[in-house]
Ligand binder design. Structure first.
Ligand code: FUL
Length: 626
């Protein structure tokens, strides 16, 4: 080879070697830890969808039916699933999950494995099928369709026997094969008693296999997933720190679930990808009740829930229970539209444009440039070299902007990485950077809320990350302030002359607090002490209420006896060993009606069982319903 040719040959080799070395650094970061399946990625992008609680409880004013309800009570006068779907669509929701079967065992479809179904009801002469109507309405409105099915079944005669698991799997199969594609299978972990106190050991393996056989893409919800997880409360908030990772081995749904706090935050080094789904109701309870028509959550409450769910890396499953006509009540639909308007106003104008630079860019390549944060493309991202765990991005907004929200997204197909970060703004007066807000996790989506600031520059500092940060979106908004006037302040003892009442027992300091109408105070009382109230005069009552302490898992009353009397000696038992429904997970005010009105002077509430068998019980307020 001539020397000159040899020179060019060597040069070529060097260039090829160098460029292939370069190529190494441009490979995307490897996934870190567990990552979401394709189905979980699609599910996460749904963000917000509707829960429908509908069934016998809609007509009986209870939260948990006991399975003895006569199917003839299920008779909606004007059921219209297209109305539900059109409201969900206009509200910006992406799907609907319906309680196909709740704990009372009543099937909203004519199941051949049960005799307690719509077929046995007068609705449409027993020829109706709510699942058929809803699944069709969902496809018409381009919404995804999902199903809630409670394994706990207080009606089915085989509940509590080995045969039941297969029967439940058969009903599952019916639901998953007759109504098209199901995006989410919602399993309630509740595992109470069936008729005659029978208990059931659930065969979760069988249930899961049945789901995956018929709907392989379905996301399975339970306390511990595997598709998505409960957040440990029904109030509408996941943790400010929220890992989509969870350790599930050794745990199970229901009583075997990890502690609520773990479900709320996830596990930083969790072995499985089990993202959070925040389920809550637009009303205090899950089922419709005429008494909650004026207790629909305010726009302010809904907006807060949005920020503590979607804004914290969780999906929002918002329950909107249809009324006895089988339609969504105007109070709920109006509120949903008001809420949607606030969301639209808040997020319609993205202010994140301008010159963006990062302290470091993977391989110094355009492919990973911070410009990707602003391009609206979900699949392009800014990232750094593998060894980098702290970094900053700075956005020059080219002019002063006013804003109060920052939205960030981590590119979760490569796992969840960021542990801590903050946001700073350029303080023009002081000519220095000032911190706006500090936060922990990002995940699929994080929205930070802070008082409006005006500035020309912001900086995001990733302060700790488990692996090199991979961020695909940065958006900035100025959300409007809106009035919080619409809140519903509960009037606890409305229309009653509570000043005439005396709490005779227990004798305890501050005992008056349980009848003072103040929801901010509560008392702890030993379980063996009954609460006795002298109403001061003979009063005609049709029920009573108990307000538990509003904390999940608190030692509230679970089972009770309720007595009335004309004096403080001879008692008439009106409720024996009765259950406050769902009080562990959703400790809201419990209204209990009697069969007949009754004239009384004294009332007595006796605790039989507390949540988690605590020795004491909590009471915020006790009162009567006239
Ligand atoms: C709970 C149930 O017990 C409630 O009734 C409701 O269905 C809620 C969504 O899940 O576990």
């Amino acid at each position: 080879m001539q020397p000159i040719k040899k020179f060019f040959f060597v040069l070529l080799i060097v260039v090829i070697a160098a460029s292939s070395a370069c190529k190494k650094t441009i490979t995307p970061p490897s996934p870190y830890g567990p990552i979401p399946s394709k189905a979980q990625q699609n599910w996460q992008k749904m963000e917000y969808y509707m829960f429908i609680h509908f069934g016998p409880n809609t007509f009986t004013d209870v939260e948990w039916g006991d399975g003895n309800e006569d199917p003839s009570i299920f008779n909606p006068t004007d059921l219209d699933c297209r109305q539900w779907a059109s409201i969900a669509k206009s509200a910006g929701m992406k799907g609907i999950v319906i309680t196909a079967k709740h704990h009372d065992g009543f099937c909203l479809w004519p199941s051949k494995y049960s005799t307690h179904t719509v077929r046995e009801s007068p609705w449409k002469d027993g020829k109706g099928d709510v699942l058929k109507e809803l699944s069709e309405a969902c496809s018409e409105y381009n919404l995804k369709f999902g199903v809630y099915l409670s394994p706990w079944d207080q009606n089915h005669p085989s509940y509590g026997t080995p045969e039941y698991n297969q029967i439940f799997a058969n009903t599952l199969e019916e639901v998953l094969t007759n109504y098209g594609s199901v995006f989410e299978q919602w399993f309630d972990g509740a595992n109470g008693e069936g008729s005659e106190g029978k208990k059931q050991v659930y065969d979760w393996n069988l249930f899961h296999q049945t789901v995956y056989r018929h709907q392989p893409q379905a996301i399975i919800f339970s306390d511990i997933g595997p598709g998505c997880r409960w957040v440990g409360n029904e109030e509408g908030h996941v943790g400010e720190t929220n890992w989509s990772r969870l350790n599930i081995s050794g745990f199970g749904p229901g009583i075997d679930a990890p502690p609520s706090d773990t479900l709320n935050k996830g596990n930083i080094y969790g072995e499985n990808w089990v993202p959070a789904e925040v389920n809550t109701s637009i009303r205090p309870g899950w089922f419709f009740s005429p008494s909650s028509n004026d207790k629909v959550k305010s726009v302010e409450q809904l907006v807060n829930i949005y920020y503590t769910s979607v804004g914290r890396n969780g999906n929002l499953l918002l329950n909107v229970p249809p009324d006895r006509r089988g339609r969504i009540h105007p109070n709920d639909s109006t509120r949903l539209m008001e809420f949607k308007r606030v969301l639209d106003q808040s997020f319609h104008q993205n202010l994140s444009a301008g010159n963006i630079v990062a302290s470091t860019v993977r391989g110094k390549l355009d492919q990973y440039s911070p410009q990707n944060l602003l391009d609206g493309n979900y699949d392009t991202y800014w990232t750094t070299d593998d060894k980098v765990k702290t970094a900053s991005i700075e956005l020059d907004l080219t002019g002063i902007q006013k804003f109060n929200r920052i939205l960030l997204q981590e590119y979760i197909p490569l796992g969840q990485r960021v542990v801590a970060f903050n946001v700073e703004y350029w303080n023009q007066n002081r000519q220095e950077w000032s911190v706006i807000t500090e936060a922990s996790t990002i995940g699929y989506k994080r929205i930070l809320c802070f008082p409006s600031i005006e500035t020309s520059k912001i900086r995001i500092n990733i302060k700790e990350s488990l692996a090199c940060p991979v961020i695909n979106t940065l958006e900035i908004y100025n959300a409007p302030d809106f009035s919080s006037e619409q809140g519903n302040k509960e009037k606890v003892h409305e229309g009653l002359s509570v000043e005439k009442w005396t709490v005779i027992s227990p004798v305890q300091e501050d005992i008056k607090q349980i009848i003072d109408g103040n929801l901010d105070t509560y008392l702890t009382i030993p379980k063996n002490q009954a609460v006795v109230i002298d109403l001061g005069e003979e009063t005609i009552i049709k029920g009573f209420f108990y307000i538990p302490l509003k904390i999940v898992g608190e030692a509230n009353i679970l089972r009770y006896n309720f007595y009335v009397g004309q004096d403080n000696k001879t008692w008439r038992l009106l409720k024996s060993n009765a259950l406050f429904h769902n009080v562990r997970n959703n400790p809201i005010r419990q209204d209990v009606g009697f069969e007949n009105t009754t004239k009384v002077r004294f009332i007595k509430l006796q605790t039989v069982e507390t949540v988690d068998n605590n020795e004491n019980f909590q009471i915020v307020e006790l009162g009567i319903i006239k």
